[in-house]
Design a protein around this ligand. Structure first.
Ligand SMILES: Nc1ncnc2c1ncn2[C@@H]1O[C@H](COP(=O)(O)OP(=O)(O)OP(=O)(O)O)[C@@H](O)[C@H]1O
Length: 876
């Protein structure tokens, strides 16, 4: 039973995120792309199916032999009640039909998979030139400057065809699905036949074979046939799926080879690297592992490991409540029998026992529930903490390629969708599994024939559940992606609400948001319909089973072969099986829904940053000597655009060094590299002679201070902003830093002084005030290395003068290495070294006078400044 529900297909799922139409939309493919792996999966599954056929026929043959030897025939012709040659015949027929259908289905799967891949290519071709992004090197064919990809994609492919095939796994019904449905129907009919055969069959109760009654042998052989048929039906599905996986792997490998030989392969790779919404580290893209129901369950269990004591207590309560709960139907049945037989003393004592066991069950049930709920809540908390830790420690490169909306969605929607089933699944799955297995055994002990008949309805239920789970999982993945897009649109609009108001684009933003929520809602509604359908069919099948039980059980009672009480007990156990099964099914379905969210959450929880701030040698003091040796760099989101091309610079200890040059020359990028937001793609940065990569980043940052152009503030008080990140400080130190930064006076003019709250991102302060607070924050840390990245460029003259005064004071203090980007001429003039950057390289270097004499780029910049009547070196 669980074999089918907890599908373990053994194939990994590769998620590919697309960028063709919208940022976060991703497409899902199932299976490996490695041809070798796909081939062995195919062989393995074909082998397993063949083995199943062999076992099935062996069972049928053995049954036939035992029946011929021990079952007395009434006449010479075929006799349904005394002969099993029909079962043998059906086994052979089954083997031939299922093999044929598996072969046909596999052929269809091969061509369908190839067609789907082609359609996906065609679709990505159609979109790629519109937005300038290709969609995954080695995964989709890029179209650059109108060039197609060796004709691999069929440009004439009908657009509707492309849409149909790109709908994704599980969303469209194909010929292959129809073949699989026929397999399912056939197998269900075969199972029903074996069930019916069991009921009417004459089992020899007198003879023995190897010390075991022949009746038992025959019953086991017939019973196991039902299981083999179920497994065969499943394996035909798996064989067909393996063919699809192989076809896709072959197609993709072929495409990869052709792409690698393509002259534009490098650009394609670059475009793929820049796809948004993907998990990336500083060194490039990272693959997000698949999380299916099984892995999700395993993960939930490992998360709950810390709560071992509570879990053990819960399991103890579970054992007691399950054991006593399983006895209740027995009491109910025998009470009825005693009532019918008018046996008053036994009737009374059974009633008393029933009351005692009901109280015990309820008590332990409640305690078990409490323990598991507490475990669920604690797991949720751990998960939330882990996710936030996972997000905040990611490389800056990751944040370059994602939006705050998407992250918020992961932290809120995804985590709650993932945690929802965790809250109760631990409790529910174990309790219901125990009830299911226990009731199953007890049902067989009452009447194995009745059980066989009832259980033939289980196979279709399991099949429908498995098909729905699979379909729903893919649909929900897409739904969550759409919700993330909606979040992203909302947070972008709200973050820029002033611009939205200024341009009166509220309607546009509302439309953008609505289109995403609408699409997500449609997928949700589709899922709800399918869910309702699956549940309805399953309910009908359940009811059908109850009718069968009453019909056959009732006839047994009338024949005097079963007591009425036993029939009631059987019915109660059957109800228990049904409700346990339904509960497990709904847990698994919610696991299915949650697996999509879990994948997005766990991929982040598990992803370790490439630049680990905690790794490397600790630094207690820094002299402040910085060397850049032949540094090359490009941002991942624009891999084809080199930002730094072989930059070598020396910022001596205690020197004031300036970086000037045209906008986009790479000055801020050098500051980013010095902060180690990114690592150079080539070359080295040495700090006091040590390669920065080998130093502990946290300890290095304690000696560095950065004042950037766009100062970032937290929505708390001014005091908290100034002392941000410092564990020890005094109020006097804070005020002194603020005075030094020309901030004390304006802070004191606020009614609440240092306790004034600054609002989100410091919106309640002016740009100059924010800058001065940032300077105070940095001063309080007394850094050895000071990085000033155009700290005054966006300020008006008055604010600029105030901020500049604070900075000049700081610089003139000496003893610090200062790297400043595009400052006022006066400051740059006095710098010990000025480096002029152009198009990612240093074109001139020296002191002010030397550079002016060179009559080159620097002199032109100065001249332009003077002609504009400004006193700053223009960076544009
Ligand atoms: N996170 C990023 N992702 C991709 N490209 C980036 C990123 N940051 C900057 N760039 C690009 O890198 C190049 C250099 O940018 P950088 O900010 O270093 O220039 P700059 O010399 O400091 O310019 P400005 O004086 O205007 O600030 C620019 O072309 C810019 O578009």
């Amino acid at each position: 039973m669980f074999l089918v529900l907890n599908r373990s297909e053994g194939n990994n799922l590769i998620q590919e995120y697309g960028n063709s139409r919208s940022r976060n939309q991703f497409r899902v493919y199932q299976g490996t792309t490695n041809v070798h792996e796909a081939k062995s999966l195919w062989r393995w599954r074909v082998g397993a199916l063949t083995a199943l056929f062999i076992i099935d026929i062996s069972c049928a043959s053995t049954l036939y032999i035992t029946v011929r030897k021990w079952n007395l025939r009434q006449n010479g012709f075929f006799d349904f009640t005394h002969d099993s040659s029909d079962l043998l015949l059906f086994s052979i027929l089954r083997m031939l039909t299922l093999s044929g259908l598996a072969y046909y289905g596999a052929t269809l799967a091969w061509t369908e998979a190839e067609k789907t891949e082609r359609a996906k290519d065609a679709k990505s071709h159609a979109h790629a030139p519109l937005n300038g992004h290709a969609n995954g090197y080695n995964r989709r064919s890029p179209q650059i400057n109108g060039e197609s990809n060796h004709g691999l994609a069929d440009p004439l492919l009908d657009k509707r065809e492309a849409t149909k095939h790109s709908k994704g796994f599980g969303e469209s019904l194909s010929k292959k699905d129809i073949v699989l449905f026929v397999v399912f129907l056939l197998c269900t009919c075969f199972q029903a036949f074996v069930g019916a055969k069991c009921i009417g069959f004459y089992f020899d109760t007198t003879h023995q074979m190897w010390g075991v009654r022949v009746e038992v042998w025959q019953g086991v052989l017939m019973g196991s046939q039902v299981a083999w048929i179920l497994a065969e039906s499943r394996y035909v599905h798996l064989v067909v799926d393996a063919r699809r996986i192989l076809s896709r792997a072959v197609y993709i490998t072929k495409r990869r080879k052709e792409q690698d030989q393509h002259p534009l392969a490098k650009s394609a790779r670059g475009l793929a690297e820049s796809a948004e919404g993907t998990l990336r580290g500083d060194k490039g893209l990272k693959e997000e592992g698949d999380v299916d129901q099984n892995r999700f369950l395993m993960r939930a269990i490992s998360l709950a490991r810390e709560e071992l004591c509570l879990i053990l207590c819960a399991f103890f309560c579970l054992a007691v409540s399950s054991a006593s709960g399983l006895l209740l139907p027995r009491f109910q049945g025998s009470i009825l029998d005693h009532a019918i037989n008018n046996d008053k003393p036994k009737f009374k004592s059974e009633i008393q026992l029933l009351i005692i066991f009901t109280v015990i069950t309820g008590l332990f049930e409640a305690t078990r529930n409490l323990c598991f709920t507490v475990v669920g809540k604690r797991v949720l908390k751990t998960l939330q903490d882990h996710l936030f830790m996972g997000v905040i420690r990611q490389d800056i490169a990751y944040f370059d390629g994602t939006t705050s909306g998407e992250l918020t969605s992961r932290l809120t929607n995804d985590v709650s969708s993932m945690a929802e089933p965790i809250n109760w699944m631990l409790s529910s799955i174990v309790r219901n599994a125990v009830a299911l297995v226990g009731a199953f055994i007890l049902c067989f002990s009452i009447s194995w024939k009745l059980s066989m008949l009832a259980f033939t309805t289980m196979a279709p239920i399991m099949h429908i559940t498995a098909v729905y789970s699979r379909w729903s999982r893919e649909l929900n993945r897409k739904r969550y992606a759409l919700l993330a897009e909606a979040n992203s649109a909302a947070s972008e609009a709200l973050g820029n609400v002033r611009t939205v108001r200024a341009f009166s684009t509220e309607e546009v933003e509302i439309g953008r948001f609505k289109s995403k929520t609408q699409a997500a809602m449609q997928k949700g509604v589709r899922d709800a319909f399918a869910y309702a359908g699956a549940v309805a069919v399953n309910d009908w099948l359940d009811l059908g089973a109850s009718v069968l039980i009453l019909w056959y059980g009732g006839s047994l009672v009338m024949q005097g072969r079963l007591s009425a009480g036993k029939l009631i007990t059987f019915q109660l156990y059957w109800n228990q099986i049904q409700s346990a099964y339904q509960s497990i099914m709904s847990v698994l379905m919610s696991l299915t829904r949650a697996a999509g969210a879990a994948q997005r959450v766990l991929s982040l929880v598990d992803a370790l940053p490439d630049i680990d701030p905690n790794a490397g040698t600790m630094v207690s003091t820094l002299e402040g000597d910085i060397k850049l040796q032949n540094v090359h760099f490009h941002y991942q989101m624009r891999p084809q655009h080199p930002v730094l091309t072989g930059v070598s610079l020396h910022f001596g200890q205690g020197q004031v060094c300036a970086l000037v040059g045209r906008s986009g020359g790479g000055k801020s990028t050098i500051v980013h590299l010095l902060m180690r937001f990114y690592d150079p793609t080539e070359g080295k940065i040495l700090l006091d002679g040590w390669d920065m990569k080998h130093l502990n980043l946290k300890s290095v940052h304690e000696h560095m201070g950065l004042v950037a152009q766009d100062t970032q503030m937290f929505a708390c008080s001014i005091a908290e902003n100034i002392t941000y990140g410092l564990r020890k400080h005094t109020v006097e130190d804070m005020e002194e830093a603020a005075r030094y930064a020309n901030a004390h006076d304006f802070i004191m003019r606020f009614p609440e002084g240092y306790a004034t709250r600054v609002g989100e991102r410091g919106v309640r302060l002016s740009g100059g005030q924010r800058q001065r607070i940032a300077i105070a924050r940095m001063l309080l840390r007394r850094p050895k290395i000071l990085l000033l990245d155009e700290a005054t460029s966006s300020l008006d003259t008055e604010s600029e003068a105030l901020v500049q005064e604070a900075l000049d004071r700081l610089i003139s203090e000496g003893g610090r290495t200062v790297v400043l980007v595009a400052h006022r001429l006066s400051t740059v003039q006095n710098a010990d070294m000025i480096a002029v950057m152009e198009k990612g390289s240093v074109v001139e270097q020296g002191q002010h006078e030397e550079l002016v004499e060179l009559n080159g780029v620097y002199q032109r910049l100065v001249r332009r400044q003077l002609s504009k009547g400004k006193s700053t070196v223009d960076s544009g």
